[in-house]
Each structure stands twice: as structure tokens, then as C-alpha cells.
Design a protein around this ligand. Structure first.
Ligand code: FAD
Length: 597
């Protein structure tokens, strides 16, 4: 089966180029544009979670790993494991929108979602993208059916974020094989996986990927970690003691392990963002139902403004996150479709994920932080019941915390967002430097943001333009001031990352709402409400981040001039978001769930 993501855009945007170029609403992929096939697979995944995973969650949390294996096989039967893998290797070769939709739906069981992610993303993808034909034939079909379980061993006790600092060693033998020694840490599926993608340094220097089977002598796993959450997912050390790995199990080239590790993480981060989005939407449903039935002072708590504010804000943030995820998936699919490629090799997908690595990091950071915000409010709406185990709110809260830690911590991903953009700018791949210079001249002239735009979302579109200029101004000044030393200014980079994330999310929300309105979709006015709330609050966040970043970059008259320019740029008149949030909240409660599902 093949599916393509509808696209009407003439020009393909490069990763990060949304900062400089406009996208028309009808060129952006949105959840509303899912095909019937996408919806079918979404329903299949949802039914699996509702009927077969959630009812056995307690057993998974008791670490009944035979059950995890059975569930992986069920995913295999239903074709959910192989969205990214061609039919020749047992997959179902669907587009990236599909693989995102599957991740989104499976997330309602975070523990099993993690088991699934380690299998379908972290183990199968490196094989698919970097494996030889023989390696793909040997391992992928069995991973696709769930007959084999996979894991990914990058982290070590002494190297997490600094993955290339790994100590695990691979010694070359005369017959071409390698002997691996070392300890990997926090390995998802570690307790029962059969195949491990292991990173080790050949002769202590060249970082390299290997395919290691549990059956190889010397492979063992340590005890299950006692974790804060994800109790239904196995996490253990993996110990390698004089493990002989045949030459044919080298994955990719010696010394090129970083390519395997980081490209897989680009995929993984994007899908993690999708999992967070799905998890957040599920929790909004729980909050809405609870708020409707819980009475205090003689009325449902859903009738109180404070609770409406929460439900409205949870919905607006979930809306923007979902918009940017689908937009990114659409861009990735367009890029793959426009690249001539042999469908049995993963090179086009690899190039597309590398191109959109900035967006993948945004999806990961924003996804995990929007989810934590929603889950925190979910606990709060549940009151005391949110703090006890009788309700799922408590478990979600614990399960989600790790999303900000694994697949590159949010600090590392925040550094990557402007870091990658700066590299592309310096190489001339993306015209940030000339755009920033032109903007500096423009900002010295009188303000060009007078008057108001009364068209639908007119003010929000204008605000997004101002956000982009703010990002360019702050980033441009930082690059000019610090040059190569900008990497030492992490505080500034964190602020720039926050601004860039808000720009991408706000624009995605506005475009999604504009297309819902243009197409006169049901609840189009609620789309507009959600986008307006998001943009209004993004303006305040962006202004605060920009002020702090500028103050940490320049001083004296230059700072005063920049702050004056910032005030002219971010001239967003606050709107009455209380009314908008109330409308979103009331509809959420009436539907008993996320308004835009
Ligand atoms: C439940 C779970 C499952 C996991 N599954 C897997 C798996 O399947 N495979 C695998 O390989 N790994 C896995 N991990 C490991 C995970 O990827 C690491 O924990 C993560 O990369 C962070 O590394 P660390 O824990 O060593 O933290 P550290 O790198 O020590 O970071 C500690 C803090 O310092 C910050 N920091 C570090 N370096 C910098 C820097 N340069 N600049 C600014 N701040 C910095 C971090 O952001 C963080 O806040 C898992 C972890 C958990 C908890």
C-alpha cells in the first residue's frame, strides 16, 4: 500500500526556511487533510490501545515482558511496526504522516509507546537506513512481525548527552570480526530485546555502530532500573563482555557511527513529538470529563473560570503543537516524494530527516513541554484525585517526565536549534545573514506597523511577521556580536531557541486556522480562537526572551536602540483571551475531549 500526503505548494521549503519565507495556508499539511487511509490506520492503532493495551497496563507495570512481546507481535500483525520500512523487508512502506499518526495514537499508553518506539524507530530505522542488503534481509522482516525485539544502545554511565564520549571499545580481530567490551546504560527493551544496535569505539577511537544479538556470548543485561515512571517499559544496563561480533554485523562504516546515531535521533525526536501530542490530547479528554462530573460549591468545576482557563490553554497549546507536527510531516513527505529514489533504500528519507532536523528538535522540545504543561494541569484539575493512583492523571504525570530527558535532553535540543540554523546560514544554505542585515536597516527607519488589520487572523498574521523579524534581529545581533564564540553563550542560545520555537508554532497554528476557515470546516471558529490565544501569549513570551537575549548580548546605547526596535516590532495589542479560552473549554467539556480530534 502506498499513500501520499496532499501538497499544493510550488516551492519546497528547506529546513528552517520558514523563518524567512511565507507559506500559504493551502500549502501546509494539516490534521484536517488526513486521507481516509491515514484515518483508518489511526483507528486501528487507537483500537489496539483501547482494547488490548490499556486493559493489561497493570501487568506490563508488573514487568510481564512476555506480554510486551505479544503486543509487539500484534502491532506487527496490524502493520503498525513497518510504516517506515519497504514491503521487501516486511514493512508496509507508508508516508511519514502515517508513521507519525501511529506514534500519536500509541502514546496513550506511554510505557508501551516506549517499547514500540525502541523497536520501530531506534532499532529498525538504523538497519533500514544504514544496513547492507543482507543485514536488512536478516533482521528487518522479523523485527516487523515482532518475532524479534530490538533496542538501541548509545548511552553509557559516563556519556549521555556527550554520546561520542562513549567508552565501549571494539577491538579488531585478524579475521575481520570485532570484540566488544563495555557497559551501556538505561537501555529501553534492555530486559528482553534480541537485537541491539550498539555504538562502540573501534580501537578506542573510531565511533562505530554494530548489530549485536543477545545470543552472542558475553551479552547480558543488568537489573531493571527503579524509575519515576514508564514502569511498563523495560530499562536496563546492557553489558558486553568480550563479545565477538562478526564483520558482517558492522552497521555502516567504521568511524561513521555518529551518522547512524544522530540521523536515527532526527527520526526519533520527531516521532517523540507526535507521541507527546497524542498523550496531551488524551489527557485533555480526561480533564474535560472529570471537570464536567466533579461538583464543588454545588456546581461542576468546569463552570469555574479558573478551570475554563486551564482547559482553554491546554487546548490552544495542543492545537499549535499538532499544527507544527503535521506541517513538518508534510514537508518531509514532500521532500521525499520530490527526490528520485529507489524505494528499497532509505537514502531519500535520510536526507529529508537531515534537512528537517531543526523542526525535529522543535517537535521534541515543544512536544515534551506542552505535554508536561497539560499533564500538570490535568493533575490540578483532578485535585486530590490527581495525586492518587485511582486515576490515570498521576501515572501520566510520572510517565511523561522522561520525554524532556531522552532522545537528546531539551537543553541539548535547544542548543541544536539555533546551532544548526547558524551553520546553514554561515554556509549560505539559508539567507539568514543578508536578511538580518536588511532588517537592521529597516529597523532604523520609522515603524511600519501602524494601523490594524481587520481581516480574519489579519492581526495574527502580522504578529507572526513581527515574531520572525524579532527572531532575525536577536539571532543576527548575537551572531554578529559573538561570531564563532556564540556556542559559549548558551543562555542567549536558549532564548533564541525559545523564540524560534514560538515562531514556528505560532505560524503553524495561524496557517492551520486560516485553512480551516477558508475551507469552512466544522468548528472553524474554534480553530481561529485557538490560534489567536496561542499568538497572543507567544507575543509576550517572545518579547520577554528577546529582551533577555539582547541584554545578554549588547549594552549601552546599542541595547537601548535594540530595545526600542523590539518595542516597535512586537506591537501586538492584547486580546481578550479569557473569552476565547472559555469557548474552547466549553466545547472541550461538551465533547468530552480534545476539540480538534
Ligand atoms: C527511561 C529512559 C530510557 C532511555 N532509553 C535509552 C535507550 O533506549 N538507548 C539509549 O542509548 N539511551 C537511553 N536513555 C538515556 C538517555 O538518552 C540519556 O539519559 C540522555 O541522553 C541524557 O544523558 P544523561 O542522563 O547522561 O544526562 P547528562 O548528559 O549527564 O545531562 C545532565 C544535565 O546536564 C545537561 N547538559 C549536558 N551536557 C550539556 C551541555 N553541553 N550543555 C548544556 N547542558 C548540558 C543536560 O541537558 C541535563 O540537564 C534512556 C533514559 C531513560 C531515563
Amino acid at each position: 500500500m502506498t499513500m501520499t500526503t496532499a501538497s499544493k505548494s510550488a516551492e519546497l521549503l528547506r529546513g528552517g526556511e520558514w523563518l524567512l519565507k511565507d507559506t500559504s495556508a493551502d500549502a501546509m499539511f494539516t490534521p484536517e487533510r488526513l486521507t481516509e487511509e491515514h484515518r483508518l490506520i489511526a483507528r486501528t492503532a487507537q483500537q489496539l490501545v483501547d482494547n488490548e493495551i490499556l486493559p493489561v497496563l497493570d501487568r506490563l507495570e508488573q514487568k510481564e515482558w512476555t506480554l510486551s512481546r505479544q503486543l509487539l507481535k500484534r502491532c506487527g500483525d496490524l502493520g503498525l511496526l513497518g510504516a517506515d520500512v519497504p514491503e521487501a523487508y516486511g514493512g508496509v512502506a507508508l508516508d511519514k504522516v502515517t508513521s507519525m499518526v501511529v506514534s500519536e495514537k500509541l502514546s496513550r499508553s506511554a510505557s508501551f509507546g516506549s517499547t514500540f518506539g525502541a523497536q520501530a524507530n531506534l532499532c529498525a530505522l538504523p538497519l533500514m537506513l544504514f544496513g547492507t542488503e543482507a543485514q536488512k534481509q536478516k533482521y528487518l522482516p522479523k523485527l516487523m512481525t515482532g518475532e524479534l525485539v530490538g533496542a538501541y544502545c548509545l548511552s553509557e554511565p559516563g556519556s549521555g548527552s556527550d554520546a561520542l564520549g562513549a567508552k565501549t571499545r571494539a577491538t579488531r580481530n585478524a579475521d575481520g570480526s570485532f570484540t566488544l567490551n563495555g557497559e551501556k546504560m538505561w537501555i529501553t527493551n534492555g530486559g528482553f530485546a534480541d537485537v541491539f544496535i550498539v555504538f562502540a569505539k573501534v580501537d578506542g577511537e573510531q565511533f562505530t555502530a554494530f548489530i549485536v544479538e543477545r545470543a552472542f556470548k558475553g551479552v547480558t543485561n543488568g537489573k531493571e532500573e527503579h524509575k519515576m515512571g514508564l514502569h511498563g517499559s523495560s530499562t536496563t544496563p546492557v553489558i558486553l563482555q568480550d563479545v565477538n561480533v562478526p564483520a558482517e554485523n558492522l552497521l555502516g562504516e567504521v568511524g561513521k557511527g555518529h551518522k547512524v546515531a544522530f540521523n536515527v535521533l532526527n527520526f526519533g525526536r520527531f516521532k517523540l513529538g507526535a507521541m507527546c501530542s497524542g498523550g496531551g490530547q488524551g489527557a485533555i479528554g480526561e480533564s474535560a470529563k472529570y471537570a464536567a462530573q466533579r461538583k464543588q460549591f454545588g456546581q461542576p468545576i468546569a463552570s469555574f473560570g479558573a478551570i475554563k482557563h486551564k482547559l482553554g490553554e491546554m487546548t490552544a497549546r495542543a492545537y499549535a503543537l499538532e499544527a507544527l507536527l503535521y506541517r513538518t510531516a508534510g514537508m518531509i513527505d514532500e521532500r521525499i516524494a520530490s527526490t528520485p529514489h529507489d524505494p528499497t533504500d532509505g537514502s531519500a528519507a535520510l536526507a529529508a530527516f537531515e534537512e528537517f532536523a531543526i523542526e525535529a528538535s522543535i517537535a521534541k522540545v515543544l512536544g515534551s513541554e506542552v505535554l508536561d504543561f497539560i499533564l500538570d494541569e490535568n493533575v490540578q484539575i483532578h485535585g486530590g484525585n490527581g495525586f492518587v493512583r485511582d486515576y490515570p492523571a498521576e501515572r501520566h504525570y510520572r510517565d511523561a517526565r522522561v520525554n524532556r530527558i531522552f532522545e537528546g535532553t531539551n537543553e541539548i535540543n535547544r542548543l541544536l536549534i539555533p546551532g544548526m540554523l547558524a551553520r546553514r546560514a554561515l554556509k549560505g544554505d539559508i539567507g539568514i545573514i543578508p536578511a538580518a542585515k536588511a532588517l537592521q536597516d529597516e529597523l532604523m527607519s520609522p515603524p511600519s506597523f501602524a494601523g490594524t488589520d481587520d481581516s480574519l487572523l489579519g492581526e495574527e498574521r502580522r504578529a507572526v511577521q513581527a515574531f520572525k523579524k524579532t527572531a532575525l534581529m536577536v539571532f543576527g545581533v548575537a551572531m554578529q556580536t559573538f561570531g564563532q564564540k556564540l556556542t559559549d553563550q548558551q543562555e542567549v542560545l536558549m532564548h533564541v531557541a525559545d523564540i524560534l520555537m514560538d515562531v514556528f508554532a505560532a505560524e503553524s497554528a495561524v496557517l492551520r486556522a486560516a485553512s480551516a476557515s477558508a475551507e469552512k470546516l466544522p468548528r472553524a471558529s474554534l480553530h481561529v480562537d485557538a490560534a489567536r490565544v496561542f499568538v497572543n501569549d507567544a507575543a509576550m513570551r517572545i518579547e520577554a526572551s528577546a529582551r533577555q537575549a539582547l541584554a545578554a548580548t549588547v549594552e549601552g546605547d546599542t541595547l537601548r536602540t535594540m530595545l526600542a526596535a523590539l518595542r516597535r516590532l512586537i506591537k501586538v495589542t492584547p486580546i481578550n483571551t479569557a473569552t476565547l479560552r472559555r469557548r474552547l473549554a466549553d466545547e472541550t467539556v461538551a465533547r468530552g475531549g480534545y476539540v480538534f480530534a
